[in-house]
Design a protein around this ligand. Sequence first.
Ligand SMILES: NC(=O)c1ccc[n+]([C@@H]2O[C@H](COP(=O)([O-])OP(=O)(O)OC[C@H]3O[C@@H](n4cnc5c(N)ncnc54)[C@H](O)[C@@H]3O)[C@@H](O)[C@H]2O)c1
Length: 327
Amino acid sequence: MTVLVTGGAGFIGSHLAEAFLEDGREVVVIDPLDPYYDTDIKRRNIDRCRSVGGDRYEFVDGSITDEALVRDLVSSRDVEYVFHQAAQAGVRTSVENPKKPHEINTTGLLNLLLAAEEAGVERFVNASSSSVYGEMEYLPYDEDHQNVPQSPYGVTKLTAEHYCRVWTDVYDVPTVSLRYFTVYGPRMRPNMAITNFTSRCLNGEPPVIYGDGQQTRDFTYVDDIVEANRSLLETDAADGEAMNVGSTGNITIEELAEHIVEETGADVDLEYAEAKEADARHTHADVSKATDLIGYEPTTTIREGVSRFVDWYRENRDWYEPLVLNS
Ligand SMILES: NC(=O)c1ccc[n+]([C@@H]2O[C@H](COP(=O)([O-])OP(=O)(O)OC[C@H]3O[C@@H](n4cnc5c(N)ncnc54)[C@H](O)[C@@H]3O)[C@@H](O)[C@H]2O)c1
């Protein structure tokens, strides 16, 4: 049984590919190594998966926007499960360049759904995002909360969810959308608060908080995300559904910075800079739907996760930090 992980050279996709390879599955990854951040991070992710999976791992250097390639890949490799992680991620980036996320996150997704339908895949799991909620009415967000995305990225993610639901209802492709809430962990994307704060603290520089630091986030450790996806190989519940996959609780950005200062032992004060408009003020997930439907139970608290990330960063600092600073 072959599992296709799109965007599998990226942060979350490579963790999924590695986990499926560890489970003994055949994994094929499609990723064009988009230079959104230093591609050497992605090359290392591929090398790591290859070392875990050997012949059971195949990397295809290509784009999901190439319809013929996607169709051929899904049918010729006997793909039974698709874990779709490929995207132009980033809220702020999408405000600056809205066409690219549209092409990848929406048109690319459509190519995959058409190919999945043609090949009769068992299940299509779509990586969605808390950005589909946008304007906040109440917290924590449950799936009945309104969807008023505040960025082109959020619009593409919500559109993708609707396509998935329709491909279940109309075309009989079993799909599930998992709404990730800010994911972090080893090999994470550069230019996110946890990476920036950690690299600054380890270099004796103060972490820079945009705004007053009272904005809150639900930071989800990548292992919890892997478990949510993995459970979808074992159950056929939740067809056509979208659900939150968040953490054990949310914290302010200021508290996060304080944890990282503490964990790194840096002798620095926090620094504040002007807020960035596109960012949501608060995110917090109610995960009860995912608990009911797929047994999702996040286990890693932000303190444990930050501590693990800082340990990993120290161990891998020689190669990771220059690539992070270069991105
Ligand atoms: N990291 C988070 O906090 C977070 C939160 C919510 C949702 N998500 C979603 O999770 C998924 C994975 O995010 P990530 O953090 O691992 O990001 P990432 O940028 O590390 O991974 C995305 C991968 O997709 C690849 N990609 C880009 N264009 C492609 C194309 N045309 N065809 C195939 N692959 C392409 C990139 O090269 C990259 O390796 C994305 O769908 C993202 O929107 C992430």
